[in-house]
Design a protein around this ligand. Structure first.
Ligand code: ADP
Ligand code: MG
Length: 391
């Protein structure tokens, strides 16, 4: 059971944490992008995410209580006092995410966490596919790890945060977001095998090109149920295919020919989902090669093709994302663009020469306003290190 902090309690905690530096742990937890490899993390695929230079900032300090803790979100102008041994109900706002992390940590390091105060302040847009949720969970988990010297390794942190997000959001999320947020490396993408968690880093130098996110400002609140439905469709497609081809352990290992073979049994929707997964996996491999060869035109084409798959086969886009992706595709200043993240809102990711960013953003904003009657937010991003202690 939590109680909401009053404005004056809120200010007292904020002040004590931000003025007296003794015993304070400061953390920054980045959001993440995914260059390519969308909706294949939970199908055994390889993905190509990176942590970014937009972060949630945490200030944490132990307090005198055995179990009573206080947390504030400056973005939500909201704070709670709660007992860390009593879990919050799943789905009950942002505190339930943090409570989920505490429950998971307690399984690994029972009784090690005692009362603490925590303020968080975020520069990440929320619900825009940049994974503010993974940043929230992983930054908090790593912050507690530092504050209470729990010595939990990164992979365990990643998995416990994934588990907490699964339980407390109701979406059966994959592991990519947490992995990128924790293991990100400045100037690199992470090529991650989501099945084994083996990974390598791929240099992100792209000449004069850069990555630009365009936020549709449509929040992806439809995403959770659709996400679970897509996952279930992929799982049952795999079941049908692997019954005859037992060597196919994950959907990315199937071939387009196999999908054709089971066309009748799979039905239209599952055929489309499986085709996207198989083709997207190939695009990830091709993107890694193209990056190594400095072939950014090809990277752009692969981004465009990825959007096509997400729009028409996986069907997780929305009119606003489709408008922005098509606008970029038809504009010579942009090498390629696609929707990024779970879908149904959030951002497109655009590969564009630095010198065109300003003029392109001006024109795209105007066109977007006319077509969708919404404002566009442009977010230039650079790759970054994963969650870090900053003091
Ligand atoms: P995304 O991860 O794409 O930003 P999600 O819907 O997965 O979108 O996660 C957004 C949720 O994460 C918010 O509804 C809130 O519960 C939590 N959250 C993110 N940032 C903050 C913040 N600064 N303060 C409190 N909660 C936050
Ligand atoms: Mg999220």
């Amino acid at each position: 059971m939590s109680t909401k902090l009053s404005k004056s309690d809120y200010e007292k905690i904020d002040l004590s944490l931000t003025s007296d530096k003794e015993g304070i742990v400061l953390m920054e937890a980045p959001g993440r992008i995914n260059l390519i490899g969308e909706h294949i993390d939970y199908n055994g695929g390889n993905v190509l995410p990176a942590a970014i230079d937009k972060c949630i900032y945490y200030t944490l300090k132990k307090n005198d209580s055995a179990t009573i803790s206080n947390v504030l979100s400056k973005n939500f102008s909201e704070g709670f006092s709660f007992d860390i041994t009593i879990p919050e109900k799943p789905g009950d706002g942002w505190l339930s995410y943090l409570s989920g992390v505490l429950s998971e940590i307690d399984k690994i390091a029972p009784g090690k966490v005692t009362g603490f105060d925590c303020v968080l302040d975020s520069k990440l847009p929320i619900g825009s596919g940049i994974s503010s949720s993974a940043a929230l969970l992983c930054g908090f988990a790593k912050g507690l790890n530092e504050l209470f010297e729990l010595n939990i390794d990164d992979i365990t942190i990643i998995k416990l945060c994934q588990n907490a997000e699964r339980i407390f959001s109701g979406a059966n999320v994959g592991v990519m977001d947490q992995f990128a947020v924790v293991k990100g490396k400045k100037d690199h993408f992470i090529l991650l095998d989501c099945e084994t968690l083996e990974y390598s880093t791929i240099p992100a130098a792209m000449g004069t090109n850069m990555l630009l996110l365009l936020n549709t400002n449509v929040s992806h609140n439809l995403a959770d149920s659709a996400y679970n439905e897509r996952r279930a469709q992929c799982e049952s497609a795999l079941e049908i295919i692997s019954a005859k081809y037992p060597q196919v352990k994950t959907l990315v290992e199937a071939t387009e020919e196999m999908v054709e073979e089971f066309k009748e049994e799979l039905g239209v929707d599952r055929v489309k989902r499986a085709m996207h997964v198989i083709q997207e996996q190939k695009r990830v491999e091709a993107t890694v090669e193209a990056l190594k060869n400095n072939d950014f035109t090809l990277v752009g084409e692969l981004l465009n093709a990825s959007h096509d798959g997400l729009q028409n086969l996986y069907e997780v886009s929305c009119p606003e994302l489709d408008f922005l992706a098509a606008y970029a595709k038809n504009d010579d200043r942009v090498l390629g663009a696609r929707m990024m993240g779970g879908g149904f809102g959030g951002c497109t990711i655009n590969l564009i020469d630095e010198k065109h960013v300003e003029s392109f953003v001006t024109d795209a904003s105007k066109a977007y306003k006319e077509a969708c009657n919404l404002d566009l937010t442009a977010i230039p991003v650079k790759t970054n290190n994963g969650v870090s202690k900053i003091n």
